[in-house]
Design a protein around this ligand. Structure first.
Ligand code: CA
Length: 219
């Protein structure tokens, strides 16, 4: 998953950032509302983790601006303990879920997965495509009932393409999903990952649309 983390607390932010990266995600981390809005304008995130208590522009204002601009990116807000009004205001402003600090990292992960399942319109942690089965909780992939070892980027690319089946995804869109800020992107990197997926799964799985991008046909 490509996630935007908006958190000004260095210690908490660092813990969440490191943990999410370890869990097969690609995370961009910003520390204030203005940077959050410009990041969201540039990148299609799978979800946003938004702290309400931010310096200057509050998380609530960020959320209100997003929804006013008809941006429907799934947002999970982080609120301070005991501040029920923040939670209510956040949900009213269009947050999809909330967590109260301090929280268990495992719960954050489970809620993020639930959020993206709802966005996909899929109630289960399993994504099936023909003979491919992806378990999004365990990050495992099976093909013809045999486990397939995928790298973090191969896995993310596969999930992204299958959940967008029937749609052509440009190289730029895919690059945004596979990299965080500061990662160096080599020029033919997406081609390389596509090549690996075709080899590890099957070659007709992903079709190249010349000059535009890649597509997995609708199942
Ligand atoms: Ca804060």
């Amino acid at each position: 998953m490509k996630i935007l983390l908006v958190e000004d607390d260095a210690l908490l932010g660092d813990g969440v950032y490191t943990g999410l990266n370890r869990e097969n995600n690609f995370v961009d981390w910003v520390k204030n509302g203005e940077s959050a809005l410009s990041a969201i304008a540039e990148t299609r995130y799978d979800c946003v983790i938004l702290d309400i208590g931010l310096p200057k522009m509050s998380g609530l204002e960020v959320l209100q601006q997003l929804r006013k601009a008809n941006n429907n990116v799934p947002v999970l807000i982080l609120t301070a303990q005991d501040d029920i009004s923040d939670r209510v205001k956040g949900l009213d402003a269009g947050a999809d879920d909330y967590l109260v600090k301090p929280f268990e990292f495992a719960e954050l992960c489970a809620r993020l997965r639930a959020l993206t399942r709802r966005t996909r319109g899929n109630a289960s942690e399993t994504i099936k495509y023909k003979n491919i089965i992806i378990n999004t909780a365990a990050h495992t992939v099976e093909y013809n009932e045999a486990p397939v070892e995928l790298s973090r980027r191969e896995y993310t690319l596969l999930v992204e393409m299958i959940t967008n089946q029937g749609r052509v995804l440009s190289r730029h869109t895919l690059e945004q999903k596979l990299y965080s800020w500061g990662d160096e992107i080599e020029s033919n990197t997406i081609e390389v990952y596509i090549h690996h997926l075709r080899k590890k799964l099957y070659s007709e799985l992903i079709k190249t649309v010349r000059g535009i991008g890649y597509i997995i046909s609708k199942h």
